[in-house]
Design a protein around this ligand. Structure first.
Ligand code: IFM
Length: 465
């Protein structure tokens, strides 16, 4: 019947009117989204192609989401992953915030299934599926699937960023808080105050973003992100109780939330265990990563990549080798918790061990390279991401587009070269221009204000549109 309605509408409006409507929609889209790269036509084409494909791919009704391959191929069977919250959602939050709200509403629409999933895993609260299309867990290989429980904290992080960028407390109060509280409840049940670590809060048997290391204790990325989530959940419980007391009371009743629980969130965040190696002066990716043998890159021929297609996972898991950014990703997302010296030391350790066999990885390395002042590295990682599908760089575009990498190329410009961060509610920029470009320009929507940012070698211009 929906098809009939649409046919009727098309018949009634006629081609001209529909074409105009479409034009107006896209004009508005580009007015909020366009990125200009002056001095490199191929990269300019790449970033515009990516922004267009992201719009083509994204669900906008609160019950559909955005697939790892968009709607363009059968790779990953149309499934949604953390790719949405960590890659696509920031692109939409800062360009088309109403689409971000719909993506987050999808998680709310599937919260009951996440509650069921936590119960299947013998835990309290809610655990969102690693890969899904309707809210049920569809992972086949649990070490690199269900074990990636960081997805709960990724969703919490996305809610926090969305609310900071938009001030949309209506979403937080009516939907976001319930997700936040139920997933925080999950963490408290999964982790524990470990006497063997002086009572620090530990999270065992999980997999971090790096899928070449599986089922470990205290993955640093996960613990950092959970810590951030628990502080936020505790803070939001306080804000809701003061500013939205009726909603808060209703929610407390609905999910049987006690004040004691919210206090334990704070205690767990304060006592979160983060593995650190004093000798190397770096964060350990997890409890055992640094004691493993390093992968022999020198004797690994180019045709053996991606490693996962050429070696048994157990061989890979025994080595210090990364598929994709892990601790480096945390240094981007929670940048204000790391000094510049920390970032340089950690990046220098993990970068040579990273294969980038996942298309989600180079853009994050591009961002951190730009931040630590390595513009050559930042440019080369960006170059590898922005035309990934146009040039079929990973030789698998027949399976569909790489939508996370597409959004990642936008992140590389805005958060990387543009240096944009939104920490503690404060929007900041730190632009730099790679030697290959004359200048660049991008648009950001924050707190309902449209900003235009232009950067060249000699000037940076911020315009409030
Ligand atoms: O979610 C990603 C994961 O991080 C790496 N493998 C592919 C997945 C889907 O894009």
């Amino acid at each position: 019947s929906r098809s009939n309605e649409i046919l009727h509408l098309a018949d009634h409006s006629g081609f001209e009117a529909l074409a105009q409507e479409q034009q107006a929609y896209l004009d508005r889209y580009w007015a909020h989204t366009d990125v200009e790269i002056h001095g490199d036509l191929a990269l300019q084409q790449g970033i515009r192609f990516n922004a267009f494909q992201l719009l083509q791919s994204v669900g906008r009704d609160g019950v559909t989401n955005i697939g790892a391959k968009g709607l363009t191929g059968e790779g990953y069977e149309g499934h949604y992953f953390w790719d949405t919250e960590m890659y696509m959602l920031p692109f939409f939050t800062f360009t088309q915030p109403e689409i971000s709200r719909k993506l987050l509403e999808f998680r709310y629409a599937t919260l009951d299934k996440a509650r069921e999933r936590a119960a299947v895993m013998s835990q309290k609260g809610a655990l969102f599926p690693w890969r899904t299309i309707d809210g049920a867990e569809n992972s086949a290989y649990f070490p690199a699937g269900t074990a990636q429980m960081h997805i709960n904290a990724d969703i919490a992080y996305a809610i926090k960023q969305y609310v900071l960028a938009t001030g949309d407390y209506d979403f937080l109060v009516t939907k976001g808080a319930e997700i936040l509280f139920e997933t925080s409840r999950f963490w408290l049940d999964l982790g524990y105050f470990n006497p063997a670590r002086g009572g620090a809060f530990c999270i065992d048997a999980v997999t971090g973003p790096d899928e070449y290391t599986a089922i470990v204790n205290n993955n640093a990325y996960t613990n950092f992100m959970v810590q951030d989530q628990l502080y936020y959940a505790h803070e939001m419980a306080g804000i809701l109780s003061k500013q939205y007391p009726e909603h808060f009371e209703r929610l407390k009743q609905k999910i049987s939330l006690t004040e004691h629980e919210t206090l334990v969130w704070l205690e767990a965040a304060d006592k979160m265990f983060i593995p650190f190696d004093e000798g190397l002066g770096i964060y350990a990716q997890d409890d055992t990563f640094l004691s493993k043998k390093k992968w022999d890159f020198e004797h690994t021929p180019a045709d053996k990549y991606p490693l996962l297609l050429n070696y048994h996972p157990l061989v890979i898991y025994r080595h210090q080798v990364l598929k994709q950014a892990d601790l480096v990703m945390a240094m981007f997302l929670l940048g204000d918790q790391f000094s510049l010296a920390d970032k340089i030391r950690n990046y220098n350790y993990y970068e040579p061990l990273t294969t980038h066999d996942s298309s989600l990885s180079p853009c994050i390395h591009s961002i951190i390279s730009a931040e630590i002042g390595d513009l050559t590295g930042a440019y080369s990682y960006f170059d590898r991401t922005v035309r990934m599908d146009l040039d079929d760089i990973n030789r698998n575009v027949k399976d569909g587009l790489h939508t996370a990498a597409m959004a990642g190329s936008w992140l590389s410009i805005v958060n990387g070269f543009g240096g944009m961060r939104l920490c503690g509610g404060m929007l900041s920029f730190n632009p730099s221009v790679p030697a290959q470009w004359e200048s660049y320009r991008f648009k950001i929507t924050c707190a309902g204000q449209l900003l235009d940012i232009f950067a060249s070698d000699t000037e940076v211009i911020y315009t409030l549109l």
